[in-house]
Ligand binder design. Structure first.
Ligand code: SAH
Length: 350
């Protein structure tokens, strides 16, 4: 499973081959990924055969398309049984991949399906990078119905808290930027607000985007939605976000999952607008995807409009994120949660 080997150590996987073979393999893994080793025609048959079923560090257990072929969702299964989700979304101007950093999550945000299942394990750097490579290979070999046919953006908004798996996410970022040659400005790390990780990220060399999942604009409410807020309260999260902007020159964005009658009030919008102003932050409003273990419901359209309208009246930049893939449970850890009941699945190499 070559993606689990650091790129500089690939030669060690094929000790009987000439050193230039490792360079060729490197090209196939990081520069022009392919779904199937049989298309790596400049490699000797022995190497292609050895790669055979072992190219990817997971099986593709579920592959599902939605939104007229512009969204595709994968459930990858690692040999130890770990489920890894990734979602690829094509838009007219960009093709964005949403990747996972952990299997499960320990942070237990009340409305999040991943959190409801608890923490299983960290993903290795190679398992994170392989999600990106797989999507790039898919775009090259198959393609999406909508959007550029190459990956333009990556967001750490799948399963897990990337800053709780800092070192591996850091190494994955290094490989994505240096080996896969993607711009760090096209990569977004989304965090629940782990202050030490945010401060560390500000010292890393890459100007990646930082998104902070706020969901509430005072500690009283945030404590109920995001339990880690008791350890890292809002003021500290805001200070760490301000520090990131200062160090990196990248404005942070604020994510706000809108929950009916919980955080969609005018009072919260008013408080949020103050934080957004202080940070110069853009706000992404995500209508809640209802999850099996919570009674929370998405805000009704009129309440979404009122919330967003109120923010705009304070000159806050707001985008309401579309709910791509919600009909196939692509949103937010729901794939694994509802996997038993998926319609029309297509299963490959598993
Ligand atoms: N742990 C990271 C990244 C993973 S989740 C973080 O918290 O940012 C990516 C985004 O989806 C977060 O803003 C998260 O709060 C949001 N999210 C989680 N569950 C959701 C749900 N059921 N509906 C809508 N958004 C959700």
């Amino acid at each position: 499973m070559p993606y689990l080997t650091p790129p500089s150590e690939l030669a060690g996987l094929f000790p009987d081959e000439e050193p230039y073979r490792a360079k060729q393999l490197y090209q196939w893994l990081y520069r022009k990924p392919a779904l199937d080793p049989s298309s790596m025609t400049d490699l000797p048959p022995s190497m292609r055969e050895a790669l055979g079923e072992h190219l990817w560090p997971f099986n593709v257990e579920v592959e599902q398309t939605a939104d007229g072929g512009s969204t595709i969702k994968w459930l990858f299964r690692a040999p130890d049984g770990a489920a890894i989700e990734a979602v690829l979304m094509g838009y007219s101007e960009r093709t964005t991949l949403c990747i996972s950093s952990q299997v499960g999550c320990a942070l237990a945000c009340s409305f999040c399906a991943t959190g409801q299942f608890g923490f299983e394990r960290h993903l290795q750097a190679g398992e994170i990078v392989a999600q990106v490579a797989y999507a790039r290979a898919y775009l090259r070999d198959v393609g999406l119905a909508v959007g550029p046919n190459h990956l333009t953006n990556i967001v750490f908004m799948g399963m897990g808290e990337p800053l709780a798996n800092f070192d591996r996410v850091r190494e994955a970022t290094r490989r994505i930027v240096e080996d896969m040659e993607m711009s760090p400005r096209r990569l977004t790390v989304s965090t629940v607000g782990l202050v030490p990780g945010m401060l560390r990220l500000a010292e890393e060399p890459w100007p990646v985007n930082l998104a902070v999942s706020l969901h509430a604009a005072d500690d009283e409410l945030r404590n109920t939605l995001v339990p880690i807020n008791r350890r890292y309260p809002l003021a500290d999260v805001e200070a760490a976000a301000a520090n990131y902007f200062e160090r990196k020159g990248r404005r942070v964005s604020i994510e706000w999952t809108l929950i009916d009658s919980v955080n969609d009030t005018i009072e919260q919008a008013t408080k949020l607008s103050r934080i957004a102003h202080r940070l110069g932050a853009h706000v992404n409003v995500i209508p809640l995807n209802a999850t099996p273990l919570s009674k929370d419901q998405p805000s009704r359209r009129s309440r979404i409009q009122a919330f967003v309208g109120h923010l705009r009246s304070f000159d806050v930049n707001v985008t309401v994120r579309d709910t791509r893939g919600s009909d196939i449970d692509a949103a937010c850890g729901q794939l694994r949660a509802s996997q038993a009941a998926l319609p029309e699945i297509r299963v490959r190499n598993s």
